[in-house]
Write a protein that binds this ligand. Structure first.
Ligand SMILES: Cc1ncc(COP(=O)(O)O)c(C=O)c1O
Length: 377
């Protein structure tokens, strides 16, 4: 990966690109709910940002987050994005001599946090039709031992979009218990998976949960998420959060407003998301050599396997960017499987999905002629 200054300049340029179609980061670009805009405006007009929020977040928001996941007897800590819930966990539990076990592909940043704390990162390959692109209890058991500090399960998985059943989660918890490890259930995309199960509802001694307001509510730039755990566990973990002065006040107001209208909002959002997925899937299925390993994805994105199409994912990303569409190549997620796929976000205006789909044959043809197009992210 390119150095931080190059990456920064790259994203700065993307931000400055007029009319860019953001389809690479699973963000949500549908118009925000009016109640969310109103909450933000009210908070800003009252200059609430002059003060620090309570360290764990506003009590009303903490309660609304717990009510939303539907698990009794747990507490929420509001964080600067779900990413800081995950960094808190790595800071609290990862040490030299411990292991951090996750899948490959997984979300890369917690792996980096664990490594920075001296833990060994173990990634279990799941990009494989034989295991149906999912982690199995057998594979997990073979990689977890008494040195395992954290089992990091992204569910639905980013980028694959697979989601786990109650039985699978129960089997994972059993393994965590056997070795006194903590199962970190990253539920950033849970709102897009119809039958999602909160592992925290099955066990609150060996499970913690992270959630985000970036994707379902479209608040990525406001930076707000949460860590949810049993009270004693949360009390132990909270001091490891670098955000000891509380999360953004306007972001918390927006998040609470979003939770109040969530049912109605998610209904409309899922409808658009499903339509966009179908549009993209039709275009993919019409091109020999391309396929979608997991359909429908349980996240607000789709991965498209291009490995049989003689196309380099980075070249495809470069071609789309020239058309004003940002998508992601697999190398962002995984060194092992990164040359196989691209990923496309689907919580976007329908016109964006249509343009992506309509350009696909032409982009694939163009990308075939380009072997190297390194992307600095
Ligand atoms: C799997 C996963 N976890 C956590 C996050 C963090 O989300 P945020 O910090 O924006 O809440 C992301 C964002 O892309 C993600 O994909």
């Amino acid at each position: 990966m390119a150095d931080i200054f190059t990456r920064n300049a790259w994203f700065d340029r993307l931000f400055a690109t007029d009319g860019l179609y953001w389809m690479g980061q699973n963000t949500n670009h549908l118009p925000a709910h009016p109640a969310v805009i109103e909450a933000l405006n009210t908070s800003i007009a009252a200059a609430e940002f002059n003060a620090y929020a309570p360290p764990l977040g506003f009590e009303s928001l903490r309660q609304a987050i717990v009510a939303d996941i539907g698990v009794a007897g747990v507490e929420a800590m509001v964080t600067d994005g779900g990413v800081n819930a995950l960094s808190t966990l790595c800071r609290a539990r990862c040490r030299p001599g411990t292991t951090f076990v996750t899948t490959d592909p997984s979300w890369k940043w917690p792996c980096q946090f664990a490594e920075q704390m001296g833990a060994q990162v173990i990634q279990i390959p799941i990009w494989n039709a034989e295991c149906q692109y999912r982690l199995t209890p057998e594979a997990l058991a073979a990689n977890v031992d008494d040195n395992t500090a954290l089992i990091y399960l992204v569910d639905p998985n980013n980028p694959l979009g697979i989601s786990y059943s109650r039985d699978e989660l129960a089997a994972f918890i059993k393994i965590a218990k056997r070795h006194d490890a903590l199962l970190v259930h990253d539920c950033t995309y849970r709102d897009f998976a119809p039958e999602h199960v909160a592992a925290l509802g099955l066990d609150s001694q060996h499970v913690v949960m992270s959630v985000s307001f970036s994707k379902w509510l479209g608040l990525a730039g406001l930076r707000i998420g949460a860590l949810i755990a049993a009270p004693e566990l949360l009390a132990e973990l909270a001091p490891w959060n670098a955000g000891v002065l509380g999360a953004s006040v306007p972001a918390q107001r927006a998040a609470e407003a979003g939770l109040a209208v969530k049912e109605q909002w998610m209904h409309a959002l899922r409808e658009q998301d499903n339509r966009n997925k179908a549009l993209i899937a039709d275009a993919v299925n019409a091109i020999p050599g391309l396929f979608i390993p997991v359909y429908p994805s349980g996240g607000n994105f789709l991965v498209i396997d291009v490995s049989a199409a003689d196309v380099c994912p980075e070249a495809l990303v470069a071609c789309y960017l020239e058309q004003g569409i940002q998508i992601r190549h697999g190398g962002y997620h995984t060194a092992t499987f990164g040359d196989r796929f691209i990923k496309v976000s689907t919580t976007v205006p329908q016109a964006w999905a249509e343009k992506f789909a309509q350009l696909l044959p032409q982009m694939v043809a163009q990308a075939r002629d380009r072997r190297t197009s390194p992307q600095p992210f």
